[in-house]
Design a protein around this ligand. Structure first.
Ligand code: ADP
Ligand code: MG
Length: 544
């Protein structure tokens, strides 16, 4: 057999190696993900080849990936029984950049001086990431073609590689990684297990680590939803979201434009933030062809959607997507917009067709919708439409939407009124409601401390101003007939002057006669444009 032959890496590959090893990836561990992804690709290619070719070397081999670790020798071995590589293919795929346009790209890169890492991801450089952790790498490969013998490719990632024949190889590729001393922990079984479970849990071919199967759960989001049972969804949810409850809502959809997306999302049963646990991390994980890119992407969805769990998979994303570059940000934004739109649509359907379930959802997660309505300008209108409140006309515990409130407004009513208070009883026993009741004006009841902030931020709904019913500016229409025993004009002005003098300017700014009261003799209103009495109480409570 011919002896070992030495090759220089193509000049561009040397440049790439330098970038890949030193700056492309933030986590060294992703080399495992890259090699397993390549193994999975190789198996997929073999599966396709089997459909058309009769004569396949080692045809009976299982389509699987076997990973073994040896912590004394400090090695990891990743073997697949996939399509394999011939000698020429080893040179082509691991020693040169085959993609067209890559030279131009590298030229631009070196001229511009900037490291545009985003673009590199599209040139197929995953394999080289192994040199972040490897002192040397041996790639044993045997093509599916019967007449192509096996070879071993060896390199330490610094300038050159060698290829020599290798007898007795099985079909596919076996990569033996001799780890650098400071990366020796990658030879621990538990460490690789953790990495495989994180990034490669949904790879379609079996992955065995030291003879134990790692990936037993399917990438459910890619299956046809008509063929999936509820129990399968629940099992997937528990696995993927590390959850113990049952999902309350789910959304399984795919889209082709503006991006290829397959997504499976869940709303949990319980809102743990409400239970007093810490603020949730964004938990819709980003995948590209079943391989994890980011489990907690910060900028994918608006903040208020942090209670959503699940997966979004887009083949349009490069594996090493970085959130810093503009191009990647635009992609992520686009993805986020599609998902948010779909999810809002789901909530609108729920609210319309399954009002009871929606009310239960709202009781648990309404807080997030309020936050969104106040802060997420792009979705404000839709979110406002999804808000629900008790009101002076609802039964206790029953909620109304702003849209329904509007349908009950009389022709002369211009504004939507609300009152903030700790409970229904507190609001109903206070003096502020009387004048509204007497005029048949509905008032929304707001019990949560965020409500005031939300109402203030919304300002209006359906072109109607949202007004605090306890604000001095509120002007109510005349009552049909003056109350019995009402004071005359002169008597009234004498009384208000006396009250103002007696109370003094440090206690009241103004005393006026008002027809907002029916049974109570007097009420205090806030003339403060900035702060309502409730807000002032809140501020006071916070300072103490
Ligand atoms: P990409 O996977 O994006 O093409 P990589 O740098 O990860 O880029 O791999 C380069 C090429 O090497 C692959 O396109 C493939 O042709 C070949 N290759 C890598 N690993 C394997 C493998 N396990 N089996 C067969 N071919 C492989
Ligand atoms: Mg790859």
């Amino acid at each position: 057999a011919p002896a070992a032959q030495k090759f220089e890496f193509q000049a561009e590959v040397k440049q790439l190696l330098d970038i890949v090893i030193h700056s492309l990836y933030t986590e060294k561990e992703v080399f495992v993900r890259e090699l397993v992804s390549n193994a999975s690709d190789a198996l997929e290619k073999l599966r396709h080849t089997q459909l058309t070719e009769k004569a396949i070397y080692d045809d009976a081999l299982e389509l699987e990936i076997n990973v073994t670790t040896d912590d004394t020798a400090k090695t990891i071995t990743i073997q697949d029984f996939g399509i394999g590589m011939t000698r020429d293919e080893l040179v082509q795929n691991l020693g040169t950049i085959a993609h067209s346009g890559s030279k131009a790209f590298l030229k631009a890169l070196s001229e511009g001086g900037a490291k545009n890492t985003n673009l590199i991801g599209q040139f197929g450089v995953g394999f080289y990431s192994v040199f972040m952790a490897a002192e040397s790498v041996k790639v044993y490969s045997r093509s599916w073609r019967n007449d192509e013998p096996g070879h071993v490719w060896t390199s330490s990632g610094s300038g050159s590689y060698e290829i020599e024949p290798s007898e007795g190889e099985r079909r596919g590729t076996k990569i033996v990684i001799q780890l650098k001393d400071d990366c020796a922990d990658f030879a621990q079984d538990w460490r690789i297990k953790e990495i495989l479970e994180r990034y490669s849990a949904f790879v379609s071919f079996p992955i065995n680590l030291n003879a134990k199967r790692i990936n037993t759960i399917q990438a459910l989001w890619l299956r046809n939803k008509n063929e999936i049972k509820d129990e399968e969804y629940t099992e997937f949810y528990k696995f993927q979201a590390h959850a113990y409850d049952e999902p309350r809502l789910r959304l399984h959809f795919s889209a082709d434009a503006p991006l290829a997306i397959n997504s499976l999302l869940f709303v949990p049963k319980e809102n743990t933030e409400k239970l007093g646990f810490s603020r949730l991390d964004p938990s819709v994980s980003l995948y590209c062809r079943k391989v994890l890119i980011d489990a907690h992407p910060k900028d994918l969805l608006p903040e208020w959607l942090r209670f959503l769990k699940g997966v979004v998979d887009s083949e349009d994303l490069p594996l090493n997507i970085s959130r810093e570059t503009m191009q990647d940000k635009a992609l992520i934004d686009k993805l986020g917009r599609v998902i948010t739109k779909r999810f809002l649509k789901l909530l609108e359907d729920e609210a319309k067709n399954r009002a009871d379930a929606y009310a239960e959802f709202y009781a648990e997660f309404g807080h997030f919708l309020k936050e969104g309505a106040a802060m997420d300008f792009a979705h404000k209108d839709q979110l406002t439409g999804l808000l629900r409140f008790e009101s002076s006309l609802t039964e206790p515990g029953k909620l109304t939407s702003l849209a329904d409130y509007v349908t009950r407004m009389g022709a002369e009513q211009k504004d939507i009124y609300y009152l903030v208070g700790p409970s229904r009883a507190a609001i109903e026993s206070g003096p502020y409601l009387e004048g509204f009741r007497a005029r048949n004006l509905e008032v929304l009841f707001c019990y949560e401390s965020v409500d005031e902030y939300v109402m203030h931020n919304l300002r209006e709904f359906d072109s109607k101003t949202l007004r605090a019913a306890d604000h001095a500016d509120v002007k109510l229409p005349d009552l049909p007939q003056p109350s019995e025993g009402a004071l005359g004009k002169d008597e009234t002005s004498a009384l208000t002057t006396w009250l103002k003098d007696t109370l003094g300017t440090e206690r009241v700014a103004e005393v006026t006669a008002s027809d907002r009261l029916v049974d109570s003799p007097v009420l205090a209103t806030s003339a403060d444009k900035m702060m309502s009495p409730h807000m002032r109480r809140l501020m006071k409570a916070m300072k103490q």
